[in-house]
Design a protein around this ligand. Sequence first.
Ligand code: HEM
Length: 458
Amino acid sequence: MIAQQTPTQATAPGPRGLPIIGNVLEMGGNNTLERYMLMRQKYGDLVGVKLGPMHGFIVFNPEDVYYVLVKNQKNYIKGIGYDSFRLLVGNGLVTSDGALWRQQRRLMQPPFTPASIGQYADMMVDVTKTLLDGWQALADRGGTFEMDAAMRQLTMSIIGRAMFSIDLSAEMTEVGDALEEAFGFIPTRTNSVVPLALPLPAHRRFKDNLRIINAFVDERIAEGRHNPDQNNLLGLLLRARDEETGAMMDAQQLRDEVITLFFAGFETTARSLTWGWYMLTRHLDAQQKIQAEVDAVLGARLPAIDDLFALNYTRQVVDETLRLYPPTALLARQNSEADTIGGYTIPAGSLIILVPYFVHRHPSVWEDAERFDPDRFAAGANEARARSAYIPFAAGPRVCLGNNFALLEMVYAMAMTAQRYTITAATGEEIAHEFAGTIRPVKPLIVKIENRRKAETA
Ligand code: HEM
């Protein structure tokens, strides 16, 4: 429950804004991150904005982020900042709060703990190998392809197998496109005063996409109900019972959780891998180091779960990619009670915007922050870092449920690709990013693929 707002005592500096609507017009859109960076340069680590009658605060400092996500997390719910995302995923685990969230997290945690994650390893290797085999003919002639599309295909296939035990390659294009487009629409709804009921083309398109996603998910759930003992995430959700009441999830909650996992498991990981390959095509020395590591650890064999801990440099590249391109570049919270952050009073019910994208570049922590340098994550290098200075998966109780799953998937994808192929940029042009729910490249990443041995002797 959000308490009544109290007046601000020490007002955080920020842009003046317009009468009544305040800074609403400055807050959304595809170049949000750049605008936030400029605000930080001008006003400092805590920027105050007005969103109509509501106070908003953009938090850039790692220690303040730690305070919100971990230290005083009880006061910070997801709240209003996730209203537009709820249009897509309902009240699933990412967007729910309070008792519902606690119950659902308890139910959904077991298959994602570090100890359980090994059960997905063989499946991930299998799916990745199928993709890599499919690239063979292309590599033989040094062809080119769109890495973004390939990484979407990979992560969609992996989450499809983990959730439903099916190969989604056929459905992938339609549901994948619908999910991405619907998600891209979400930021345009944030602070929008235009009712979604208005039959504008963008609104109609969003609803069409929702219909495609819901129909797909309902079909999977109907199939799952015929075989509820199946050993996959859907089976787990279908069988889950509340510890105290013994109640099962109702149909709406089940649908929300399935869409949440399906979406969360696909989009973020696909983006991260694409950015990872973008970095590796621009830093061929890092790609060569991965190749050397893979040769030493795996030779020509496929990876097993224990190899994860030996593929250290590959993991460092993943970590550094997530630093520069944290897919969830913005997080939002709402404080139940008035609080103080960075010396400023935060009235109850304010919208708190945390900016992992900037936290990962904060000058108090990261030297030469724009430089891609996987050695920042070498063993021992992390210890002195401020708390919450690195938060691609957030932190505290609402930390990403699928972080271990995603890391395994990404390390395997990079290592297994590097084992067989060398990937270089087809054009060498820089690719800018935009914020559309996640950090997306503004154009496709087209890469050239060659067989390792051929590329090495060329
Ligand atoms: C590189 C890949 C991924 C990144 C960067 C990422 C990032 C995040 C972040 C930052 C949050 C917190 C959001 C917030 O506080 O508002 C989150 C939550 C969540 N993520 Fe991920 N995620 C990734 C992959 C996955 C995967 C593979 C799954 C599932 C298979 C997943 C499932 C979830 C769920 C269910 C939550 C909500 C957890 C809760 O609130 O209890 N994520 N993720």
